[in-house]
Each structure stands twice: as structure tokens, then as C-alpha cells.
Design a protein around this ligand. Structure first.
Ligand code: ADE
Length: 226
């Protein structure tokens, strides 16, 4: 899968993408992540990407042209399944969204800044708008990194069996069961006996029961959704 990220701060991705699973998935060729500096597509000599809002008011607005130049340049070489804008007023990003996006071939993630992007880009170019939560970040970069990470780990071959994405919280509509590792008794804090029993079926039943209990207690709304 190919992910093109359009941003005015490409350096912000250096940390999140140079470790662990995202790094490995790129090295193994499961994912291609390309960063594009929107400023490189500005047309004036100051490489301007934002301007004052019509009608007045605080904050600047990202201009159509640099963003569109960049998208059109990419579209000359690739066909995109979705052109996604990260924005706090987008649709809520869920595990099901990550699952769906992970089946795609090429996507664009556009990171906004300032007061937002010119509405005409949203009307005519953007195909999906995603929010990672009801709070406002300084820009879309952290949200794009979250979306990328959650997609990439689902790509076939990225995770081994031992860390299978299928056992993640949310994948079966439940939060995950608690997990434990050695020592079995840490100064009196004991691991539940069932996990030491070696009885696979009973362990699976116990895990399901705990996952259900935890979901009912912490996120009852998850059980009501279809
Ligand atoms: N940009 C700023 N805040 C955001 C959020 N909560 N989700 C996605 N993009 C954003």
C-alpha cells in the first residue's frame, strides 16, 4: 500500500515513522510512505501556502493552489482510492475505518494548519474527512501519523502471529482481556490461576469473559453499536 502525506511540516513524521512497526513495514516493502512539503508547490516567490480569510476574522486559511498542485502532481502518476483531510470536524476515526483503509492501494492524507483549508478543496477534491477525536490539535500531522500507524499494522505480513492484529481491542467489538507475564507471583500480586493451567479452551473462555466484563464496565456503548 502507498500512503502520500501532504504537510507543511514533513519533519514532524521523522519520529513516529522511524521506529517499530511502521519502520519495519516500510523496510519490508509492505507500505510505502511518501512525505510531500506543500510549500514546494507554492507558486509565489515567498512560497506562501496561507492567506487571510475572506470576510475577516482571526487566523489564516490554507490556499487552494499549493495543495491542489501537489495533489494533481501525484494524480498524474497514481490513482487514489481516497483523498483524506484530517480535521476535527471530520468523521470519527474508528478501528473499522482503519480496517477499510488498510485494504486500499493508494491514499492521500492532507494535513491542515491555521484555521483550516479553503472550503472549495473540501467540496471538490477531498473524498473523506477524518477526526481522531473531539479535541483540536495544532495541525493534522499527529492525526495523520495516528491514522498511518493504525492502517500499516493491519497490512498482511506486517505483524507476526504473536502480535496478530486480530486480538487487538475493538477488532471483535470488545476491549482486550487483561494480559500478564512473568513472574507469576510478584510480591503477592498473583496471575490468575487459569492462565497457568495450560487448558487452552478454558483460557480462551476466560479471556472472552474478561473482555466482555471490561467492555461492559468501561465502554458499554460499544455493545450497543451494530
Ligand atoms: N487536526 C486538528 N485537530 C484534529 C483532530 N482532532 N483530528 C484530525 N485532524 C485534526
Amino acid at each position: 500500500m502507498r500512503i502520500d502525506i501532504l504537510t507543511i511540516f514533513p519533519e514532524m513524521f521523522e519520529g513516529p515513522f522511524s521506529h517499530s512497526i511502521v519502520k519495519r513495514s516500510v523496510e519490508k516493502g509492505h507500505a510505502e510512505i511518501h512525505l510531500h512539503n506543500i510549500r514546494d508547490y507554492a507558486t509565489d516567490k515567498h512560497r506562501r501556502v496561507d492567506d487571510y480569510p475572506f470576510g475577516g476574522g482571526a487566523g489564516m486559511v490554507m490556499m487552494i493552489e499549493p495543495v491542489l498542485n501537489c495533489i494533481n502532481h501525484l494524480k498524474e502518476k497514481h490513482t487514489y482510492d481516497e483523498i483524506i483531510f484530517l480535521t476535527p470536524d471530520g468523521q470519527q476515526f474508528l478501528q473499522s475505518t482503519a480496517n477499510r483503509l488498510s485494504t486500499m492501494k493508494n491514499i492521500i492524507l492532507l494535513c491542515g494548519h491555521y484555521k483550516g483549508i479553503d472550503e472549495r478543496l473540501r467540496e471538490h477534491v477531498i473524498t473523506l474527512e477524518i477526526s481522531i477525536g473531539d479535541y483540536v490539535l495544532s495541525g493534522g500531522e499527529l492525526a495523520a501519523a495516528v491514522v498511518t500507524d493504525s492502517i500499516v499494522r493491519l497490512l498482511p505480513g506486517v505483524l507476526g502471529d504473536e502480535t496478530s492484529a486480530l486480538s487487538d481491542s475493538f477488532q471483535d467489538g470488545l476491549l482486550s482481556a487483561p494480559v500478564y507475564t512473568r513472574p507469576a507471583d510478584y510480591k503477592g500480586w498473583k496471575v490468575p490461576d487459569i492462565l497457568l493451567s495450560g487448558h487452552d479452551r478454558k483460557i480462551a473462555e476466560w479471556r472472552h469473559e474478561k473482555a466482555l466484563e471490561r467492555t461492559i464496565k468501561r465502554r458499554p456503548g460499544m455493545l450497543e453499536d451494530d
